[in-house]
Design a protein around this ligand. Structure first.
Ligand SMILES: [Fe+2]
Ligand SMILES: [Fe+2]
Length: 189
């Protein structure tokens, strides 16, 4: 029997394939694969539950990928997807609850509702993913928003600065050197 993480990843990649065909945007390649890797690494580093973190990373934006429910409520619809998919795979109720909380609270607007290390790890992994794929932020600014050169640059700079502030103090400390380097290299003036 394939393991649970592989089963959920397979399902996510199916949704991703459809969404890529429809909208031309590759959620997995541009974002989720980085969140997944960061969640895995942070779980090990912080001695949290690796499987919970990996599964929550796969589910955190799944509602957007699957086009299930409105995008601005994707945390609620994603949590719903996690619950039903994991129950179908006979996953433990206790762990399903934990994953559901991770998905529900991954957005910065829900920061004060986080209670477990896994919830904070998913939120941090999500934000760090932006630093892992800076070209996609420029693509958003210039290709999707059609911003002029200087405004696009300001947009990415402000976004990264805001993202850095969203991180937990632990992650801010760990990312500090990289954050400063990125800012110094990309935004000299
Ligand atoms: Fe999200
Ligand atoms: Fe995300």
């Amino acid at each position: 029997m394939p393991n649970i993480v592989e089963s959920v990843k397979k399902k996510l990649l199916e949704y991703n394939k459809k969404s890529l065909k429809k909208d031309g945007y590759d959620f997995w390649d541009n974002h989720i694969k980085y969140v997944f890797q960061n969640a895995h690494n942070l779980a090990i580093k912080r001695k949290a539950n690796v499987e919970i973190c990996e599964l929550a990373a796969l589910f955190h934006d799944m509602a957007m990928v699957a086009d299930f429910g409105p995008r601005d409520e994707h945390e609620k619809y994603g949590a719903q997807m996690a619950r039903s998919m994991l129950a179908e795979l006979n996953y433990s109720k206790e762990k399903i609850n934990l994953i559901e909380q991770c998905v529900l609270h991954h957005r910065s607007s829900q920061a004060n509702l986080r209670n477990t290390p896994e919830e904070q790890i998913i939120a941090d992994a999500d934000v760090i993913a932006h630093f892992d794929n800076i070209p996609s932020l420029f693509s958003l600014a210039y290709n999707k928003m059609n911003l002029p050169m200087q405004e696009g640059k300001e947009f990415v700079k402000d976004k990264l600065a805001r993202d850095y502030k969203k991180l937990s103090p632990k992650s801010q400390k760990e990312l500090k050197k990289r954050f400063d380097t990125i800012m110094n290299v990309l935004f000299v003036y």
